[in-house]
Ligand binder design. Structure first.
Ligand SMILES: NC(=O)C1=CN([C@@H]2O[C@H](COP(=O)(O)OP(=O)(O)OC[C@H]3O[C@@H](n4cnc5c(N)ncnc54)[C@H](O)[C@@H]3O)[C@@H](O)[C@H]2O)[C@@H](O)CC1
Ligand SMILES: Nc1ncnc2c1ncn2[C@@H]1O[C@H](COP(=O)(O)OP(=O)(O)O)[C@@H](O)[C@H]1O
Ligand SMILES: [K+]
Length: 531
């Protein structure tokens, strides 16, 4: 599990060590980790470090200090290092160490900025150490202009060098992932002590690239993470497995209320997602013509046109492919939500549900649907505002509705009403295809139907029982993303249709389950800590 923290939480964790006079030690550890990560990146790209050019964009705070100390280590390895001071001054000891190691110092001024941009574009690696967790707002003034000019020039010149962000890309809000000013997109972010929340949330994640966490000794002082991400080992641990004496009813039955005359295919895709995701049986409830198509597409399905109360199931999926005029289906959706059973509520059901629900109801809006939901509850966010502040929006929706809310996107966020948030980014942009969300709803429905009362495995992972629905939804998002990726990989990275995601689920499930926890732990420990 990757745990992420706000800038404030990380600063608080540093406090006891700073009080013990270890500030410089922390900075040296951070800088050492940053320099090592840069060297590793050169090696993994098959590049020589000796004689390579390094440009460090350096702010006046400790983030700039980390960058300068790291550059001093790199200079000692024979790299040509240049620091571009964006604020006229820099951490004095780090600057002295950098100059001592043979580094060159340039100052940002309007007159010379063209030359500085060329310097950065020519460099084999640009280290972005302008702002870190101490930033108040994003980049501004000449530093913002410089970063914009470098980003533009790199794109135009198709610069081959790569960008490494020190702690976080300057301009990305460490707590929210918001990016309100220019920022330089990094290939790699080397972050210190713990992942920062904003690196695992869009749009911040767009700028972070891969994230490496460098331990600096503050870890034991960190409290509860603000956000978590399931890794392969967690997925393997949470996926259900049938007992030897299992029968189809003990494995869970999912009821599906989906599809309409306009969108019958959504019901089929939701059912295909569910059938592939381990559940014992899937029952379909809906208009006869849709039930017919479902039966013909998936002979495993049991279909009826009855009421919710007449069907014995362990969980419900409602809403995919339903419209505002599908009154019977919408009534079934409401009945499912008030039944007390776990429910995944998607698409067309979202506007028709009660304002207040329970944590075992998982809502799965995309950004537009979340904006509409928040508006109905008195908010003013439009789709753009939700996209610019995904974390705040999903948290607010969960707090207001009392339901678990999963916001779909390149990074999928899941918020429990009590505050836990999960962030999954397992997929590929090829997942942005019609019907993909229906398959996701099917997967989550199937997982909800298989959820038993054994909450021990959640507790072991630090997830309280009432927040486990968010973990189950995150598990579904992880499986969906991995299946989409596997389907695309099977076509050498080519496009996929939604049905292909469903087809790839069983093998993806099998492969992840086969990974022993110990094996995964070992592989991941180098990039991100398992907590
Ligand atoms: N406390 C420590 O000893 C450690 C700090 N670390 C590093 O220190 C960073 C935090 O350092 P700081 O607290 O010095 O803060 P930063 O280096 O993030 O930046 C703050 C400095 O920039 C100025 N500033 C703030 N917002 C600005 C803006 N929008 N535009 C221009 N200037 C702005 C401030 O006046 C301050 O001088 C972390 O991100 C990390 O890189 C690490 O070295 C680990 C140990
Ligand atoms: N750029 C992207 N990268 C990765 N996954 C994405 C991206 N865009 C969308 N997705 C995923 O694809 C699915 C799309 O769902 P949705 O918007 O409901 O589509 P539909 O309504 O057509 O089924 C979601 O699971 C979402 O997280
Ligand atoms: K930075």
């Amino acid at each position: 599990m990757i745990s992420a923290y706000t800038g404030k939480q990380v600063r608080q964790a540093e406090e006891p060590l700073l009080a013990a006079g270890l500030g410089d030690v922390l900075m040296q550890r951070a800088a050492h980790g940053l320099a090592n990560a840069v060297v590793r990146e050169f090696k993994s790209r098959g590049l020589r470090t000796y004689g390579a050019g390094v440009a460090v964009l350096t702010g006046k705070g400790n983030n700039g200090g980390d960058g300068l100390y790291a550059a001093a280590f790199l200079a000692a390895r024979g790299m040509r290092t240049t620091a571009i001071l964006t604020a006229g001054s820099a951490h004095p000891q780090a600057l002295a160490a950098f100059e001592q190691a043979g580094g060159r110092v340039l100052y940002l001024s309007d007159a010379a900025s063209g030359a500085l941009v060329s310097e950065a574009v020519r460099a084999d690696v640009v280290i972005d150490a302008v702002l870190g967790t101490g930033a108040k707002g994003g980049l501004r003034g000449s530093a913002a202009d410089l970063v914009t000019a470098i980003a533009d020039a790199r794109a135009q010149a198709r610069a081959e060098g790569f960008v490494v962000a020190c702690d976080l890309p300057s301009g990305v809000d460490a707590d929210t992932g918001a990016v309100s000013t220019p920022a330089l997109a990094a290939d790699l972010t080397v972050t210190f002590g713990a992942a920062k929340t904003g690196l695992l949330v869009d749009p911040g994640a767009d700028y972070a690239g891969r994230v490496d966490v460098v331990p600096i000794g503050i870890e034991e002082h960190l409290d509860q993470p603000g956000l978590r991400r399931l890794e392969d080992a967690d997925v393997a641990r949470l996926l259900p497995h049938p007992a030897r004496r299992a029968h189809k009813y003990s494995r869970g039955v999912l009821g599906v209320v989906a599809g309409s005359a306009d969108y019958p295919g959504a019901a089929v895709l939701a059912c295909r997602g569910a059938l592939a995701a381990g559940v014992g049986m899937v029952r379909y409830l809906g208009p006869p013509e849709v039930a017919d198509l479902v039966r013909r597409s998936c002979p495993e399905m049991v279909c009826s046109t009855g009421a919710v109360a007449d069907n014995r199931v362990q969980a419900w999926l409602v809403g995919s492919g339903m419209g505002p005029d599908d009154h019977d289906q919408l009534q079934r959706a409401r009945d499912a939500v008030t039944s007390g059973l776990p429910v995944v509520a998607d698409a067309g059901a979202l506007p028709a549900l009660p304002d207040v629900m329970a944590p075992n109801v998982v809502l799965t809006p995309h950004a537009g649907e979340l904006a509409a939901l928040l508006k109905r509850l008195g908010g003013e966010e439009d789709r753009a505002a939700v996209e610019a502040g995904t974390l705040a929006a999903v948290r607010r929706a969960a707090a207001l509705t009392g339901a678990t809310v999963l916001l779909k996107g390149a990074t999928t966020l899941v918020a429990a009403p009590a505050g836990d948030v999960f962030s999954q980014a397992d997929g590929t942009p090829w997942l942005a295809t019609a019907g993909s969300g229906d398959v996701l709803a099917g997967i989550i429905g199937a997982l909800l139907a298989q959820e038993d009362s054994d909450v021990g495995r959640f507790r072991e992972m630090g997830v309280e029982p009432e927040q486990r629905w968010a973990a189950v939804a995150a598990l579904g998002a992880a499986l969906h993303g991995k299946a989409g990726r596997a389907a695309s990989d099977a076509c050498s990275g080519g496009p996929i249709a939604a049905g292909g995601i469903a087809d790839a689920i069983p093998e993806t499930w099998g492969k992840v389950s086969m990974l022993s926890n110990a094996g995964v732990r070992k592989r991941n420990s180098h990039t991100l800590p398992l907590r």
